[in-house]
Ligand binder design. Structure first.
Ligand code: PEP
Ligand code: MN
Length: 294
């Protein structure tokens, strides 16, 4: 017998459920302008750099390569949310100062994570985009604090968060008055242990349907394995992502954090080459910026 409910969307999500992030507020999609780099437009943005800022040589060497190979935004954590308290926790303000130096040398805008409401003011003086990480997606005081900021915020999906919980977390930031929010799918926890997370690429078309916010994909944390990153990066663009967040290290074996998922400069170079032809085939292109901060 035919199931009377077979045409009902089992999740029943609707843009109208989301007062501010709902697609109905801006059906064409929101573009976020970071020093002339338009995130959420026709072209694909590449954010790349080390997981953590470790020292001047590591950051400047990696940042120089990211810039030369066509990356648009430099990433690097100064405050690291580590599972173990005995792991490297980040250089904190010293790391932010190194990001400032790399920013000046390469003219790449920077994205870096904030974990604590008390550090939001300091981080926002150094960062062009503030990152709220997966573990803090449910940290409502932090969401409210970055909602008061006038810098763009990239909110990563909680590793155990549903799409609905994720969009409601983004809603907090917009409701605080900050409309410059970028979403980032970074993989979710599943029963599978063969890779670090399960890269939920279903999220991309779903988020694009439900919200007007730009959607970035992070295949580095999504897979946890350098050799898987290029395949998932390409898949992310094919399903409609507005850009990628890629961990790159000039010497992944020596990385203090997330070495196994970090691309070497050679691997990153190959990926950028592949993305050029892929984006073209999809009627899009990589954003080209000579000197974003000039
Ligand atoms: C990161 O991007 O550095 C990071 C810690 O990622 P996530 O919050 O997705 O684990
Ligand atoms: Mn990392």
């Amino acid at each position: 017998m035919e199931d009377a409910n077979c045409n009902i969307d089992p999740v029943n999500l609707d843009s109208l459920n989301y007062q501010k992030v709902g697609r109905h507020n801006n059906p064409k999609g929101t573009e976020i302008d970071v020093h002339g780099i338009k995130i959420g437009g026709k072209d694909i943005v590449i954010m790349a750099g080390p997981c953590a800022v470790e020292n001047e040589r590591q950051l400047l060497t990696t940042a120089g390569a990211v810039h030369e190979l066509g990356g648009n935004i430099l990433r690097g954590g100064a405050f690291k949310p580590r599972s173990s308290p005995y792991s490297f926790q980040g250089l904190e303000e010293e790391g932010l100062k190194l990001l400032k130096k790399a920013r000046e040398k390469t003219s790449l805008p920077v994205i870096t994570e904030v974990m604590d409401t008390r550090a939001v003011e300091m981080v926002s003086t150094y960062a062009d985009i503030i990152q709220v990480g997966s573990r803090n997606m449910h940290n409502y005081p932090l969401l409210k604090e970055v909602g008061q900021c006038r810098k763009p915020v990239m909110l990563k999906r909680g590793m155990n968060a549903t799409i609905d919980e994720y969009l409601l977390a983004a809603e907090y930031i917009l409701d605080g008055g900050n409309e410059q929010v970028i979403l980032c799918e970074r993989g979710i926890r599943s029963f599978e242990t063969a890779y670090r997370n399960t890269m939920d690429l279903n999220a991309v078309p779903m988020l694009k349907k439900l919200t007007h916010l730009p959607v970035i994909v992070d295949p580095s944390h999504g897979t946890g394995r350098d050799w898987m990153v290029p395949a998932l990066a390409k898949a992310a663009i094919a399903v409609g992502a507005d850009g990628l967040l890629i961990e790159v290290h000039y010497d992944p074996k020596s990385a203090l954090c997330d070495g196994p998922q970090s691309l070497s400069i050679r691997q990153f170079s190959q990926l950028m080459q592949d993305l050029k032809s892929l984006t073209k085939a999809l009627g899009r292109s990589l954003i080209v910026t000579e000197s974003a901060l000039a």
